[in-house]
Design a protein around this ligand. Structure first.
Ligand SMILES: [Zn+2]
Length: 208
C-alpha cells in the first residue's frame, strides 16, 4: 500500500512515478513528479528561476509547479532490547532490511501510518509510544521524503511476539534483532540514523 520510508516501489518493469532531475542551481535532486506537460495549456515544462529558486515552469503560459516533499512514518517496534526489522521484497534496496514504514496516506495521522505499515509488512499490531525524531531522507531514488520515526511496542501479550510476526506486503522476511546485532545490509541512510539514535538514547537495557 502506501509504502515508503523504507519506502514504496513501482511494479516490476514500470516507469518510475517520479522524474529525478537537478535544477540549474543544483537544488532539488528529486521531484514530486515534474509534469512533462503543463496541466493548463499542454506545453512542456522547464526548470527556471521562480519565486526564489529553480522550479518547473511552463514555457508558454508561465504556470509554476511547486514541488513538495513526501511524508512517511517509520515504526521502531521495541521488545526488550530488540527491534523489529523487515526485509524488503521490493525495490529500491530489495533484499535489504529496514524498519517497517511507508508513505502517509492522504488524510491519515502519521502515527496511524506507522501502525498500519507495521501491520501490513509484519502482521503485528503495535501501539505508538511517542515520536523519536524527524529527518529528511535523501537516498530514496524516487523522491525526497520527510520521515517521522515513532517508537512503538507490540500490542497485547509480550511473550509470544515472535510467533505473531509474519512477512507480507512489501516484506519477504521479518524478525526481531538485538540492537547490537542488526544486519549490516540496511536499506536507507535513515535506518542507520535510527540505529545511531537508539544506541545513543538507550545505551543499555530495554529500549523505551
Ligand atoms: Zn502552460
Amino acid at each position: 500500500m502506501a509504502r515508503a520510508a523504507d519506502l514504496p516501489s513501482d511494479p516490476p518493469g514500470a516507469e518510475p512515478a517520479v522524474r529525478i532531475g537537478h535544477g540549474p542551481d543544483g537544488a532539488a535532486a528529486a521531484s514530486d513528479g515534474l509534469p512533462a506537460w503543463c496541466p493548463r495549456c499542454g506545453e512542456h515544462m522547464d526548470r527556471r528561476p521562480a519565486f526564489g529558486r529553480s522550479r518547473p515552469v511552463c514555457v508558454a503560459c508561465g504556470l509554476v509547479h511547486f514541488e513538495t516533499t513526501a511524508t512517511a512514518a517509520v515504526a521502531v517496534v521495541a521488545h526488550g532490547r530488540r527491534v523489529l526489522l523487515v526485509r524488503r521484497a521490493i525495490s529500491p534496496y530489495r533484499g535489504q532490511w529496514s524498519f517497517p514504514g511507508g508513505f502517509q496516506e492522504h488524510g491519515e495521522e502519521l502515527a496511524e501510518t506507522a501502525v498500519r505499515e507495521t501491520r501490513e509488512e509484519a502482521g503485528l499490531d503495535v501501539d505508538v509510544v511517542r515520536a523519536l525524531f524527524v529527518g529528511l531522507t535523501r537516498d530514496d531514488p524516487r523522491k525526497l521524503v520527510n520521515v517521522v520515526v515513532f517508537l512503538a511496542r507490540p500490542r497485547g501479550d509480550q511473550l509470544d511476539v515472535d510467533a505473531r510476526i509474519a512477512a507480507a506486503d512489501d516484506a519477504s522476511d521479518v524478525r526481531f534483532f538485538d540492537l547490537e546485532a542488526v544486519p549490516l545490509e540496511l536499506a536507507f541512510e535513515n535506518s542507520r540514523r535510527v540505529l545511531d539514535h537508539l544506541r545513543r538514547e538507550f545505551p543499555v537495557g530495554p529500549i523505551g
